[in-house]
Ligand binder design. Sequence first.
Ligand SMILES: NC(=O)c1ccc[n+]([C@@H]2O[C@H](COP(=O)([O-])OP(=O)(O)OC[C@H]3O[C@@H](n4cnc5c(N)ncnc54)[C@H](O)[C@@H]3O)[C@@H](O)[C@H]2O)c1
Length: 253
Amino acid sequence: MAPGMARFTGKVALITGGAGGIGRAAAVRFASEGARVVLVDLAATNLRQSVAAVEKVDGEVLAVEADVTRMADVEKYAEAAVKRFGGVDVFFNNAGVLGALKPLVDYPEETFDRVIAVNVKAVWLGMKVVTPLLRARGGGAIVNTASIAGLRGSPNIIAYTASKHAVVGMTRAASLELARHSIRVNAVCPAPIETPMARELDAAINRERLTATIPMRRYGAPEEVAALVAFLASPDATYITGGIYTVDGGAMA
Ligand SMILES: NC(=O)c1ccc[n+]([C@@H]2O[C@H](COP(=O)([O-])OP(=O)(O)OC[C@H]3O[C@@H](n4cnc5c(N)ncnc54)[C@H](O)[C@@H]3O)[C@@H](O)[C@H]2O)c1
């Protein structure tokens, strides 16, 4: 850890999608800056790898297997965080799925419903259950993961596009409701990031053509998203709420 970088000493960071690329990088970043970390995900094997990554930087970590779309599971991960670490200060509401890559006329209805359940309903459920925990600590920070697909249209990912626009809207609405409780709510909007989700994308689209739309001519690294998330959750961002931040190599410029 760089000197002066322990922005989260004594804090607890709860991260959904903690087994995934961005969630794991964020977990390592928060732990490196002093936070105790709770990782939530469905994917048990990958979750264990994330725990190992946090332990490698001497972080204290709890993993909870949970489906973020189910209220009972959301309550379970929140309760586990309180039981183990006494509360929550930072909520990185990040689990998400890409869904199908198909024209809207061919898009399967059950996939549409699943994408909305994970990327929209679960983001709300997380904020609904975790907000009282943040209030109990006298305030805190929520960072929701949207996407550049939440800021513009993208062909062949109709449900994902709808869901990430919804994350942007929920972030703004939540920031207005929660400002008076000293809870800041912001969203990050990554371009393609080198994670398992980007590999799903690569399987269906022409990576070179997509890369050519990014001024920096590359996908991002999960650590580059984690750095923004950590900033937004930190005491360096105390006047920042309701903000929608791109981390996209210039794609939205
Ligand atoms: N990788 C990209 O190119 C990119 C770009 C923009 C936004 N995002 C967003 O970033 C977030 C993190 O994605 P990532 O890139 O790390 O992908 P990832 O696939 O590596 O991670 C997503 C994680 O969410 C978990 N998850 C999915 N459904 C779940 C559920 N119902 N309950 C619990 N966990 C569940 C998965 O198991 C997985 O570990 C997502 O919200 C994604 O939409 C990713």
